[in-house]
Design a protein around this ligand. Structure first.
Ligand code: 13P
Length: 256
């Protein structure tokens, strides 16, 4: 399937609920900047509480900060939530939405769809996460992926499809070691399926939608996953907290 426009590959660091201190957060970001190169777009998504601090660091071209989550609401009585408009006080470009660790605490497809819309309205780019719990022999996971993808994008205007990122993260691979990541061939089949579903639903604009892979990404598998899996980048969890390893992942993606 031919894509029309070649955007740069994107590598996303999802720090999740790490690290513990301001000092560590500063060090990780500063070291991460050393490993970034302009061939690849990089976005670092720290916990909200570190944003004020990290936003003071001058970022290189092609590197941005992002959010790991936002509320579907703009403001109001929503204790403990953070709105995308608050995020806009910082130099952020991307917002992860519908991560499986949030879906695990009962974030529904309907709420994810509202969050995607809120992020788009704020003129930022949502990174919409999808992925199956397990691969059953009968291929039921294929329907599950389709249902989750379409429900998560249910409120997105058709024309906006090229302005979002879809991150495919099979839940069974998350947090595992490199050898337990999905193999490149299977990833290719899945990325083709995702693109086909997007094109059927949203039209040819979906040829430009960036599709990322996440789940046990490490220096040893990054280039292969992107090349064989034919994805447009990676969403990296625990290895993104290790600047040297993350730098190698960026290098691998830029050569893939
Ligand atoms: P790991 O890279 O730790 O497997 O996490 C993947 C992930 O959930 C990124 O969002």
């Amino acid at each position: 399937m031919q894509k029309t426009k070649k955007l740069k590959k994107l590598v996303v660091a999802n720090w999740k609920m790490n690290p513990k201190t301001n000092a560590e957060a500063l060090t990780i970001l500063k070291e991460t900047l050393k490993g970034a190169n302009t061939a690849v777009d990089v976005t670092v998504c720290p916990p909200f509480l570190f944003l004020s601090l990290l936003a003071k660091i001058k970022l290189k071209k092609g590197i941005t900060l992002g959010l790991q989550n936002v509320s579907e609401f703009e403001e109001g009585a929503h204790t403990g939530e953070v709105s995308v408009l608050m995020g806009k006080n910082f130099p952020i470009s991307y917002v992860i939405v519908g991560h499986s660790e949030r879906r695990a605490i009962k974030e529904s497809d309907e709420v994810v769809a509202k969050k995607v819309l809120a992020v788009k309205k704020a003129k930022l780019t949502p990174i919409v996460c999808i992925g199956e719990h397990e691969r059953d022999q009968h291929g039921l996971y294929l329907d599950a992926i389709k249902k989750q993808l379409l429900a998560s994008l249910a409120l997105l205007p058709k024309a906006a499809i090229k302005e979002i990122v879809v991150a495919y993260e099979p839940i069974w691979a998350i947090g595992k070691s490199a050898s337990e990541a999905m193999d490149g061939h299977t990833l290719h089949q899945t990325s083709l399926l995702i693109r086909k579903i997007l094109i059927e639903q949203f039209g040819s604009g979906a040829k430009e939608t960036r599709i990322l892979y996440g789940g046990a990404v490490a220096p040893e598998n990054a280039a292969l996953l992107v090349k064989e899996g034919e994805v447009d980048g990676l969403l990296v969890g625990h290895q993104s907290l290790k600047p040297k390893a993350f730098g190698e992942i960026i290098m691998g993606v830029s050569h893939a």
